[in-house]
Write a protein that binds this ligand. Structure first.
Ligand code: RM4
Ligand code: MN
Length: 388
């Protein structure tokens, strides 16, 4: 098979999961800008996510965030997703938006609050049982703001205990995905600040505990593709939360700030077997569209991932290996850059046509009139947003 047809084979089975919260209102700690036509409940978020799938063909699942997407009947929600041609995906827990969590959730010094956090995580597993979700994604805002505030070691012990309890509760087919982030909202220590901490806890837990790499959760200059290569080699890469950052955890569209970095990451995914059908890696977006329209923002992001994937798949591995073996530094670099500098937009347009969808998803969505329709229809009620 030529590089091109091998690339097309992978691209045609690529799947990218969408975050329900990308469709709600979001903002910074300074201001949340409300947009017209924004969903008012999880059902409307599903309808919007289905639009992204409809015009890209590669985004058939939506991740939920509990309690933001809490409903009485999850079978009903799953049925609604199915009606729209998509499915429910990862369940994201939320133990960071309650007054009780001021000093932490699973690592809180107060056992009553640790118990409350654990109960929420158990509830998330119950929901997974109803939705058929495979992954429980955990991100903890836990940490401290001042030296001496709490014992770093005791907090690690509490974290390990809490994680073990939740891991124990998972079914055979379910996984615990532990996300890390180096700071914010905690400013001095964070209890899961980096991939090493997540890796160590996941290793201790067992095979069904894996690391989530949120591309926005690193210090500036961090070599994320190295982390990806390392985790893949160790069989511990469970998921991506894709987004891009300029300064902090900006949650901007993936591939917008640094498309070259996204390419380098996806090239390591390719080398590590991450595009294999049974790799088990969840490729998810974790973004907020604060000032741009949300559905097109998600469509653009999906396309950015597709473009970077296509380029990563076009790297000539034989030529690269030959140059590497010969110690040809510039030659090896050129092989990589040749692929990166290839314009893959036509290839992807062709792929979409072959799959019976419009070659230009952005244009097709804009022409559909959906945005105008929901603005007209979604009158009254409470728009979904952070904390809503
Ligand atoms: C966190 C983290 C989580 C996401 C929340 C909304 O910073 O990235 O993955 O669920 O934000
Ligand atoms: Mn994330």
């Amino acid at each position: 098979m030529s590089d091109r047809s091998a690339a097309i084979a992978v691209l045609s089975r690529q799947r990218i999961e969408l975050p329900s919260w990308a469709f709600g209102n979001s903002g910074t700690r300074f201001k949340v800008f409300a947009q017209k036509g924004v969903p008012r409940d999880p059902f409307e978020k599903i309808a919007d996510a289905a639009q992204v799938h409809r015009y890209t063909g590669v985004a058939p699942t939506i991740a939920l965030h509990i309690p933001w997407d809490k409903v009485d009947d999850y079978a009903n929600l799953a049925a609604a997703a199915k009606d729209h041609g998509i499915e429910l995906g990862t369940i994201n827990a939320n133990v960071f938006q309650d007054d009780d969590y001021r000093l932490g959730s699973l690592t809180n010094p107060d056992p009553r609050i640790r118990r409350k956090a654990l109960d929420h995580l158990y509830e998330c597993v119950d929901i997974m049982d109803e939705t058929g979700s495979r992954d429980l994604k955990l991100w903890f805002s836990d940490g401290t703001n001042y030296p001496g505030q709490d014992s770093i070691r005791a907090r690690q012990d509490r974290l390990a205990d809490g994680l073990a309890a939740i891991y124990e509760r998972l079914g055979e087919q379910q996984r615990l995905i532990l996300e890390y982030k180096f700071f914010e909202p905690a400013f001095y220590t964070t209890d899961v600040p980096d991939w090493g901490t997540s890796f160590a806890h996941c290793t201790q837990l067992g095979d069904r505990a894996k690391v989530c790499v949120d591309t926005g959760h690193h210090a500036p200059g961090t070599n994320i593709e190295f982390i990806v290569a390392f985790l893949l080699r160790a069989g511990k890469l469970g998921a991506f939360d894709f987004n891009s950052r300029f300064y902090a955890d900006d949650d901007l569209m993936v591939g917008a700030a640094d498309p070259f970095q996204l390419f380098r990451i996806l090239f390591e995914v390719r080398l590590g077997g991450g595009f294999a059908e049974d790799s088990g890696i969840a490729f998810m977006l974790d973004q907020c569209h604060n000032i741009e329209p949300k559905i097109p923002g998600q469509i653009r992001s999906v396309m950015n991932v597709q473009e970077a994937t296509a380029k990563a798949l076009l790297v000539d591995l034989d030529a690269l290996a030959a140059a590497q073996d010969a110690g040809d530094v510039l030659g090896a670099n050129e092989v990589l850059m040749d692929a990166y500098n290839t314009d893959v937009r036509l290839l992807l347009a062709q792929l979409r046509e072959d799959q019976g969808i419009d070659p230009n998803p952005m244009r097709a969505y804009a022409a559909s009139g959906y945005a105008q329709r929901v603005v007209a229809e979604r009158i009254g009620g409470q728009q979904a947003g952070w904390g809503a």
